[in-house]
Each structure stands twice: as C-alpha cells, then as structure tokens.
Design a protein around this ligand. Structure first.
Ligand SMILES: Nc1ncnc2c1ncn2[C@@H]1O[C@H](COP(=O)(O)OP(=O)(O)OP(=O)(O)O)[C@@H](O)[C@H]1O
Ligand SMILES: [Mg+2]
Length: 263
C-alpha cells in the first residue's frame, strides 16, 4: 500500500498501555490508563490531589512496578528494561532530589555525566543555567542554601543538558515564582519545538491549555477525558474540569460538555 502523509502516524515516544497500579494497601491509584505522546508534543495530565498523576509518572520512571499493563519509552518497556528505557528520558519533579552539599555547577556536572553526557564545557553548563533563569551568583553556591524554585531550576537545567527525547515533569511549575513559571512554560514550548515528547502533571489549568497539544483529565485513577488543543479552542477548560470532577459528563445538559462529547 502506498503511504501518504495522512496514513503515517509517528511512533509515540511515551506510551501507557492499559497501565494499572494497585498499591499494597489495595488502593487502585491508576486504572487502565492509555495515552500516547509523540515527538514534538506536550501532554498535560490534570486532576485533583490523589488522582494518580504522580503514580503514572513514577511507573514510567520504574520507581514503582505496574500491577497490569505497561509503560513504554521509545518502545522500550520501562519496567522490564529500565536502564535502557531511562536513557531516553529526563525527569523533573516538584521536589528535585539533588546533592545539598554540592554547588549548582557540581550537581549539574555530576548528574549530566551520570546521564551519559560527558562532552559539555563549563560554558555550556552556564548557558543551560542561564536559560532556566538561575542567577549567575548562585552557580557556585551549595544547593542546601537554595530556595525550592532555585533547586527546581537546577533540575530543569540538568534535564535540558541530558538532551533526552522524552521529558517527564511532575508539577514542574509548583515551586516557581510567577515570572519563573512563565519563563518555564516558554522553555518547555521551545523543547517541544525541538522535538521532545513531554508528559507533565499540573494543577495549572490555564497554563495546561495554553501550552499543551493534549490535555487529559484524571479522576480516581481513570482518564475521564482527553482533548487536543484544537478541541479546547474557545472552551472554558476550568468549567469543563469541574464538570468532569463532579461526574456530570454522563447526564449533564452543559453546552460545554455536550460540545466535547464524542459523537
Ligand atoms: N506509595 C503509595 N502507597 C500507597 N498508596 C499510594 C502511594 N502513593 C500514592 N498512593 C495513593 O494513590 C493515589 C494516587 O496518588 P498520586 O500521588 O498518584 O496522586 P496525584 O494525582 O499525583 O496527586 P497530587 O495532585 O496530590 O500530587 C492516592 O489515593 C494515594 O493515596
Ligand atoms: Mg502528585
């Protein structure tokens, strides 16, 4: 069969297939999640506290094992071949885990080398730290004297320098001041344009709508809805979110929800 533009779907860089997690205490934190993130796309997961967002991200990182289903990074099963899978992914969490007694520069050097990138110069490290908005006076200060947002910026610089095709972000803007938050969103837009596949969790509905190619709404471990940015154009996402959370979708007469119901 002849291939045309329209029948070639790019392979997803990140994919959850029937991904399910039941914790030891019986809590089903993630229920049959299916999602795909292609190169050059941002997928934002919205959902209340305890919806299962961090659980989903932690499964991709092999911090925890799935009960059923699989998490794939560049087609590699993240829980069966974690070392291979992790070569293709960079991660920034809300609480970046770096070495408090190392300076920002030492942390960058250590973790970037650990990620297999050994060719960078100090100037390139500095450029990355500048790019994420860390003040240059902090480059050679120890992390233990950093604010949460400064630690987060250092973590983001490491993720950029790792130059992985997939990026996982768990509430990346939570510790950032408004200016840094705006700059960060611009930065992940740039990374998307460079072809990275980005899966992020966020509580920031407005930013999610502004930046994402796909928005998924999780509730009690279930992906209630997934919309492309085209679907969402002109839609009041905040109201839509509230309606999903309230479980109105089945019965609602809301024009917003009705407009987005699958036909
Ligand atoms: N290690 C664990 N052991 C048992 N239950 C857990 C564990 N981690 C999370 N859970 C439970 O799994 C569910 C999903 O939690 P998760 O952290 O994935 O939510 P979240 O969407 O990231 O929430 P938040 O917005 O607050 O970060 C919650 O009910 C939580 O109590
Ligand atoms: Mg979380």
């Amino acid at each position: 069969m002849e291939h045309t533009e329209s029948n070639i779907t790019p392979a997803p860089m990140l994919e959850a297939r029937n991904l399910t997690k039941v914790y030891e205490d019986g809590i089903k934190a993630l229920d049959n999640l299916n999602l795909k993130v292609e190169p050059g796309k941002i997928f934002a997961m919205l959902g209340g506290n305890g919806a299962g967002k961090t659980t989903a991200i932690n499964l991709f990182l092999d911090f925890i094992q799935p009960t059923e289903g699989m998490a794939l990074i560049n087609g590699i099963n993240a829980n069966k071949e974690p070392l291979e899978a992790k070569k293709h992914v960079a991660f920034v969490s809300e609480n970046v885990q770096l070495y408090p007694n190392f300076t920002a520069m030492q942390n960058v050097d250590f973790f970037v080398r650990l990620g297999g990138k050994t060719h960078y110069s100090r100037e390139q490290y500095e450029a990355a730290l500048h790019r994420v908005g860390l003040q240059s006076s902090a480059f050679d200060k120890k992390l233990k004297d950093f604010s949460k947002g400064m630690r987060q910026k250092t973590g983001i610089a490491i993720a950029i320098l790792k130059d992985a095709p997939a990026i996982l972000l768990d509430e990346p803007t939570s510790g950032l001041d408004p200016k840094a938050g705006i700059e960060f969103i611009r930065l992940i837009g740039e990374l998307r344009n460079e072809g990275k596949a980005i899966l992020m969790s966020t509580h920031d509905i407005f930013r999610a709508k502004e930046i994402s190619d796909h928005v998924g709404i999780l509730n009690n471990g279930i992906l209630m809805a997934e919309h492309s940015s085209d679907d969402l154009r002109g839609v009041d996402l905040e109201n839509l979110y509230v309606e999903y959370m309230a479980g109105y979708m089945e019965h609602t007469e809301s024009p917003i929800a009705n407009a987005l119901k699958p036909s």
